[in-house]
Structure formats: structure tokens, C-alpha cells
Design a protein around this ligand. Structure first.
Ligand code: ATP
Ligand code: MG
Length: 562
């Protein structure tokens, strides 16, 4: 990953290097990636992962993986496993530093008791509606809860009874006693514990009160000795509360919260709640559907971790929200795949070609270049015979101007093989061309002629009996709108693209793909990048996903923007 280090510094790195100069945090860098295990990770999380693990790597520190598992009703073990797999696949390693916020429930409880004893927290018995009403708005100050001035003893007793399960959900909460007239609504006596009568996947039935995010997160950071707690901009207004909790709890160390702009991508949605909805409503085939912006979806689609890391580096970290063009993500992918993807020939919509003057039964083998970008990738043999298949699109009975592929009387090169010329076409009863008869020039073996005559078109092909049948899945954007969430009168699901998946059966791929490498994305010559589907593809039933087409729209976008 040496090509991924960069000599320019982003604002977070400047922050960290300032801390080195002043000796804050003793010159250490300890970051964390703190997902809530309530869904699969998406490309936005990848940005946070690359940032947090990347900083730890750059400054010889460490990065923790911490599951922020404070809501037992929405969290599942399946999500935890998927998150670990995705972070590893992206190329990062937390070593022994994997934690759960639930590991700290005892200590968090002790901190809550301390706040109560110090007169800084109280049990509030208002309903959630009342609490909301009393909270006020941005323009209206809040009102103090009638329970705000309970004595320490009363609060200790009520909190203990909450813990013992004597109250129903929603009947009591523990609130920090801060300032109901604060301009920052987060500081208006935020709830720090609530009653939830749900078993937790790790602590079982030990607790029926659970700490809230704002209380848990900062204390978990402090417990783990985190130095720089990096989060997205929407938490900027939570920072005073983050600092308040740590100050009042008197933690031995005080991590610095730093906010950066979250990643937004066009033509997709990125909230876990919405992605979950798409899964639950069957609008996609699962969290790892290749159209999903999830890490597992991108992986199944054929993306490489290198491409995703490169993308995260290029978008950088900013202080202001913006929407990144999906084309940039694809551009990074093409750059990586162009360097590395093995080339093969495949025909998605086959048209039969018969070479009339080629000997019956003869089979020749040609050397095909595996990757013109990488000499070490070598060559492979492809078989050639009298009956071949080419792409329907590579033949036109009546060629338009500048059409250099096969048409009556026009000579083309079959890649790696021979020049052929079309002599006759055969149509079915509906008038569709079903067979093209050609002659070949034996002197053009390997695809070159010594007389210097030029052919303008080179097309790919597969030989009958030397090709494997395959299903190919072509993917388009999941949404038809650049920002499916921006229309106030419509639901984002109204913008789902009905053509986001197109399935082609009876495609033919060259026989070398019999020994498929799982997890490898190939270039189908002239068509794009494709990978075997890791869920559905089997040796006797090949299924390929189109990862990305060859045409790069990003270069054009970049030019017009410049
Ligand atoms: P979502 O809004 O998709 O539900 P979240 O913020 O609730 O995401 P968490 O599991 O809490 O999801 O996120 C873990 C970490 O990933 C947090 O530090 C969060 O700031 C970061 N993160 C989440 N979404 C993005 C994004 N789009 N860009 C950058 N970082 C993100
Ligand atoms: Mg969150």
C-alpha cells in the first residue's frame, strides 16, 4: 500500500501533528472505528475505516474496532460478523483491539451513579412526549422537568429500582442535569439511560436499562484511551456534551472529538435504515446484492479493496458536506482492474459464424495475451475452429457509417486468430440474421498480414465446443435520480431503477474460465469487467456479474469541470 501514502496533510493530520508538538496525548495516536451492529457496512463506512485505520498506520498508533451495541432491539450477531469480514477485506487489522461498548456496562453504570451522587443526574418520570415538549426548540428555550430537583437519595433509589426492572419501558429515564436554556439542545438535560426490557446478545438478561449513545460513546473512548475520536459532522453539536460527560465523570484522560464530512454518493442512499428497508422489502436480493452500496455488495459486484481505498484517499477529508460522483468510484475501480484483471473472451449475445473454407474438424490453438498491461501475466491458449460465435452487435447487414466491424464484404480481424470476410448471411423466418458465413485468409494467422493491408475492426469470439455457457448479470444504477432523498413529495423508493438488473442467459465464455479463480475480476475483452458471482456461480452453472463497463465517464466529467 505504499502508493497510498500521501505527503500532503489533511486537517485531521494537522490536528494530530499539532498535538505531537504540544505533547498532548503523550505523542500517541489511538483511533477507533465504532459501528453500531444494526446493519451491514456501506461505502461511507469505508471512508471512516480508511481514515481511522489509515491514521493509526501513518502515525504508528493503533485503531480499535468497537461495536457500539447499546440498543439490543436492533442489533444482531450476523451484523457483527459481516462488519469484521468487511473491515478485514478492506485490508485493515485491529489486532487484539476488538471491543464492545457492552463490555463497559458495569463501568458506565458506576459513572452514572457518580453523576447522581454529584447532583448531576436525575431520574425523570415524565412521558417521552412531555420530555419532548419540555425540551423546547431552536428558538424556544426548554422548561425544567418537575423531577429535576429530586434529592440524591431519591434518585439513587429510583435508578436502582429502574435497574431491578421495577418500572415498565418509558416510565423513567435517567437524565444529565445540565442546562434547559442552553442554545444547544443536546445540553438540555439529555437522557443518558433508558429502560429496555430486551435481552442483549452479549449481556443476556443482566440489564434492563441501557446507556444512550452520548453517554456511552465518549466514556468508551476514554476507557480505551482513545486520543482522537473522529466522527461525522452531524455530531458537531454533540461535542459539548461529549466533553461535559468526560469532565463531570472525571475520566483520567480526555479524547478529542474531531468531525469530518460524511461521504455522500449520487444515485444511491447510504442510511442503514433505508438499506435495511430495501433488503426487508425484497427490492434487492440481500445486503450483498451487487447493486447495494454496501461493502459486501461491492465485493460481490467485483470491486477490489485497492480500488475502494484509492477512492477513499482521493475524496479526502473535508469539513463541508458534498456529494461525490459515483463515476469517480468507478474510475478508481477501472484504474485498478485495468492494471490487474486477466483478459478473456466472452460473447454475451452470440451470433453463429461459419468459416466455409476452414477445414472441418481442424482445431488450432492461438496464444492470447492475458494482460497487455502486465507482461508477467503471460499468455494462454484459445482454441479456434470452423464454427465460432461473435457478438450480435459486431455484425450489421447494413453497416452505418464508420462501422468497422463485420458486415457483408468487409474484412475484420478475429482477435489473436485470422482475418475473415463475410460472404453470405442466413436469416430465419422473421428476418433475423441467424448465421453468418465467412471465408478466412490462412496467411493472416495470429491476426496479422504480411502484405500490409489494413483491417479497421478487431472483434472477439469464442469457438463452438470450446466455450462454456454462462448467465451474465448486467447492473445499472439502483436509482434513477442523482439524489433519491431530495424530493420532499416523494419517497426515495419511488426512484428505484426498474432496469437496475438485466439478466442475459446463454452467454458463451472461453473455456479457460473452467478454472475460475473465485474472487478474481476479469476483463471480458471489449465488454467490461466481470466476476463470477460468489453466491450463485457454480462450475456447472456459471454466473457472472458485470462489475463495471469499460467506458470511463469520470475523465469526461473531470475535463468539463476543469
Ligand atoms: P447510517 O447513517 O448509515 O446508519 P451511522 O452513522 O448510524 O450510519 P454507525 O454504525 O454509527 O452508522 O457508523 C460507524 C462510523 O462510521 C461512525 O463513526 C460514523 O461517523 C461513520 N460513518 C457512517 N456513515 C458515514 C459516511 N457516509 N461517511 C463517512 N463516515 C461515516
Ligand atoms: Mg451512528
Amino acid at each position: 500500500m505504499s502508493n497510498e501514502s500521501d505527503s500532503t496533510r489533511n486537517f485531521i493530520e494537522e490536528f494530530i501533528e499539532d498535538d505531537f508538538r504540544t505533547g498532548k496525548h503523550g505523542g500517541k495516536v489511538i483511533t477507533r472505528f465504532p459501528p453500531e451492529p444494526n446493519g451491514y457496512l456501506h461505502i461511507g463506512h469505508a471512508k471512516s475505516i480508511c481514515l481511522n485505520f489509515g491514521l493509526a498506520r501513518k502515525y504508528n498508533g493503533r485503531c480499535h474496532l468497537r461495536f457500539d451495541d447499546t440498543n439490543p432491539t436492533k442489533e444482531e450477531v450476523e451484523y457483527i460478523e459481516s462488519i469484521k469480514e468487511d473491515v478485514r477485506w478492506l485490508g485493515f487489522d485491529w489486532g487484539e483491539h476488538m471491543y464492545y461498548a457492552s463490555d463497559y456496562f458495569d463501568r458506565l453504570y458506576d459513572y452514572a451513579i457518580k453523576l447522581i451522587k454529584d447532583g448531576r443526574a436525575y431520574v425523570c418520570s415524565m412521558t417521552s412526549d412531555e420530555i419532548r415538549e419540555y425540551r423546547g426548540t431552536l428558538t424556544k428555550p426548554g422548561k425544567e422537568s418537575p423531577y429535576r430537583n429530586r434529592t440524591v437519595e431519591e434518585n439513587l433509589e429510583l435508578f436502582e429500582r429502574m435497574r431491578r426492572g421495577e418500572f415498565d419501558e418509558g416510565k423513567q429515564v435517567l437524565r444529565a442535569k445540565i442546562d434547559m436554556s442552553s442554545g444547544n439542545i443536546n445540553m438540555r438535560d439529555p437522557i443518558i439511560y433508558r429502560i429496555l426490557k430486551s435481552d442483549h446478545h452479549r449481556t443476556g438478561d443482566k440489564w434492563c436499562i441501557y446507556p444512550m449513545y452520548d453517554f456511552t460513546h465518549c466514556l468508551s473512548d476514554a476507557i480505551e484511551d482513545i486520543t482522537h475520536s473522529i466522527c461525522t459532522l452531524e455530531f458537531e453539536n454533540n461535542r459539548p456534551l461529549y466533553d461535559w460527560v468526560l469532565d463531570k465523570c472525571g475520566t483520567p484522560n480526555h479524547p478529542q472529538q474531531i468531525e469530518f464530512a460524511r461521504l455522500n454518493l449520487n444515485y444511491t442512499v447510504m442510511s442503514k435504515r433505508k438499506l435495511l428497508q430495501l433488503v426487508q422489502e425484497g427490492r434487492v436480493c440481500g445486503w450483498d446484492d451487487p447493486r447495494m452500496p454496501t461493502i459486501s455488495g461491492l465485493r460481490r459486484r467485483g470491486f477490489t479493496p485497492e480500488a475502494i481505498r484509492d477512492f477513499c484517499n482521493r475524496i479526502g477529508v473535508a469539513k463541508r458536506d458534498s456529494i461525490v460522483d459515483y463515476a469517480l468510484l468507478e474510475h478508481c475501480l477501472r484504474e485498478d482492474l485495468n492494471r490487474r484483471a486477466p483478459r478473456v473472451m466472452a460473447v454475451l449475445n452470440p451470433l453463429k459464424v461459419i468459416i466455409d473454407n476452414y477445414p472441418d474438424g481442424l482445431v488450432e490453438e492461438f496464444d492470447a495475451v492475458n494482460n497487455p498491461e502486465d507482461k508477467l501475466a503471460g499468455t494462454r491458449k484459445v482454441s479456434f475452429s470452423k464454427v465460432l460465435y461473435i457478438e450480435q452487435d459486431d455484425f450489421r447487414e447494413v453497416p452505418p457509417k464508420k462501422y468497422f466491424r463485420l458486415s457483408p464484404g468487409q474484412e475484420v480481424r478475429l482477435k489473436f486468430a485470422y482475418y475473415i470476410k463475410c460472404s453470405e448471411i442466413i436469416k430465419d423466418s422473421t428476418g433475423d440474421v441467424v448465421e453468418v458465413h465467412c471465408t478466412y485468409d490462412p496467411a493472416t494467422r495470429g491476426g496479422w498480414s504480411s502484405d500490409g493491408r489494413k483491417v479497421k475492426g478487431t472483434i472477439h469470439w469464442v469457438a463452438e465446443n470450446y466455450a462454456l455457457k454462462a448467465e451474465v448479470r448486467l447492473y445499472n444504477m439502483l436509482f434513477t435520480a442523482e439524489n433519491p432523498e431530495s424530493d420532499e413529495n416523494k419517497d426515495y423508493r419511488d426512484f428505484l431503477n426498474p432496469k437496475s438488473l438485466e439478466i442475459i442467459n446463454n452467454c458463451l465464455v472461453e473455456k479457460s474460465l473452467m478454472e475460475l479463480n473465485a474472487g478474481v475480476t476479469y476483463q471480458f475483452e471489449r465488454l467490461g469487467y466481470f466476476c463470477p458471482d460468489r453466491v450463485d456461480s457454480r462450475p456447472d452453472n456459471l454466473v457472472f456479474n458485470r462489475t463495471v463497463t469499460l467506458r470511463d465517464s469520470w475523465i469526461k466529467i473531470e475535463k468539463t469541470d476543469a
